[in-house]
Design a protein around this ligand. Structure first.
Ligand SMILES: CC(C)(COP(=O)(O)OP(=O)(O)OC[C@H]1O[C@@H](n2cnc3c(N)ncnc32)[C@H](O)[C@@H]1OP(=O)(O)O)[C@@H](O)C(=O)NCCC(=O)NCCS
Length: 191
């Protein structure tokens, strides 16, 4: 397996990334309920906004990925703005999930975290079909190379209910910076 920094992701790669997300993300994430076309748009946005796109290949097949960026707050607003029809259809198909998402947003207030990070990690994901390859650990090793090279202190948020991911981050040296509304905020400082 090889983990690479990729400059441009073509449509086929984005589709494969969306498929891996759909099959491997926990159910309590809004995005795991997106249709594949909507997830492709979601990842096209992420790829455009990311400073570093990291992709794991097993032969020619994509088996995992992660994105580092400084402007990911605009991923969902951009997705909604540019895909009104798909979002509207999604809301019609999954009204309870969308209602719960907006209810949480409306009543959650704003959490201000004085983070030690200077870049965010989103969507690190591996295809569990290849769990023997230790894809997540290998992606983190690549992130650490980038962190050392570009002086990156990586921050992330993860649901406390996502026990596998939380333990994975702890095992890989991420430390807790804050907690709010079921989410942990963690950081890994460049060594
Ligand atoms: C979180 C995630 C990226 C971790 O990637 P992964 O490929 O499962 O990670 P690895 O296989 O490298 O390691 C995971 C675990 O398996 C263990 N493991 C795997 N293969 C192993 C081997 N050959 N020998 C020993 N341990 C092994 C690791 O030590 C680690 O242990 P743990 O289960 O006690 O935590 C992955 O589980 C995932 O895609 N989750 C869904 C998406 C998600 O929730 N992303 C995070 C959003 S915030």
């Amino acid at each position: 397996m090889e983990v690479k920094l990729v400059q441009n992701l073509d449509e086929i790669s984005i589709l494969r990334i969306a498929e891996i997300h759909k099959l491997n993300y926990p159910d309590d994430h809004l995005t795991s309920h997106f249709t594949l076309p909507l997830l492709c748009d979601y990842y096209s946005n992420i790829a455009e906004l990311s400073d570093y796109s990291i992709v794991a290949y097993y032969g020619n097949e994509i088996v995992g990925f992660a994105f580092l960026g400084r402007t990911f707050e605009s991923v969902l607003p951009r997705l909604v703005k540019n895909n009104k029809n798909k979002i509207f259809n999604f809301a019609l198909q999954k009204p309870a999930i969308v209602f719960k998402f907006f209810l949480n947003k409306a009543f959650s207030g704003v959490y201000h975290l004085d983070s030690a990070s200077n870049i965010r990690l989103i969507s690190i994901t591996s295809d569990r079909k290849y769990s023997k390859l230790r894809i997540g650990t290998t992606i983190v090793a690549k992130l650490e190379e980038l962190q050392a090279q570009y002086k990156l202190d990586v921050g992330l948020s993860v649901r406390a209910s996502n026990i596998k991911a939380v333990n994975f981050y702890i095992k890989n040296g991420y430390i807790l910076e804050g907690f709010s509304k079921g989410k942990l905020f963690m950081v890994n400082k460049n060594a």
